[in-house]
Design a protein. Structure first.
Length: 114
């Protein structure tokens, strides 16, 4: 009986640990957090998210990232510099993981101006 109780407690502890790890993973894959960590806000604003570009030079400033039209897979390739949009390449290749890129793209596509 005592052994069964110990096994049950061990299983619960592992389950709780896994739940916390999944929660942290979800937090770490927040598109806005990735956007800021990759310093995308140096060149781009995302007004619905309250993000303003910090670059001073208008020549280097990228477009506001709101109401984006390209499909997610095209945007992901564009950010990796594997595709062009309107005949242009992205200035800097995204260096994060595929999962981070997916979270970033999903977040960007959800940004809409009201």
């Amino acid at each position: 009986m005592r052994r069964t109780a110990l096994i049950t407690l061990a299983v619960l502890a592992v389950s709780m640990s896994a739940a916390v790890s999944l929660s942290r993973a979800a937090e770490s894959l927040d598109g806005k957090t990735i956007f800021l960590a990759e310093k995308c806000n140096l060149c781009h604003s995302v007004p619905p998210a309250g993000i303003e570009a910090s670059i001073k030079s208008e020549k280097l400033r990228g477009p506001d990232l709101v109401n984006l039209k390209p499909p997610g897979e095209v945007l992901a390739k564009y950010l990796r510099k594997d595709a062009q949009i309107d005949g242009k390449e992205h200035k800097k290749a995204f260096t994060g993981s595929d999962e981070e890129l997916g979270a970033l793209v999903a977040w960007l596509l959800a940004q809409e101006e009201e």
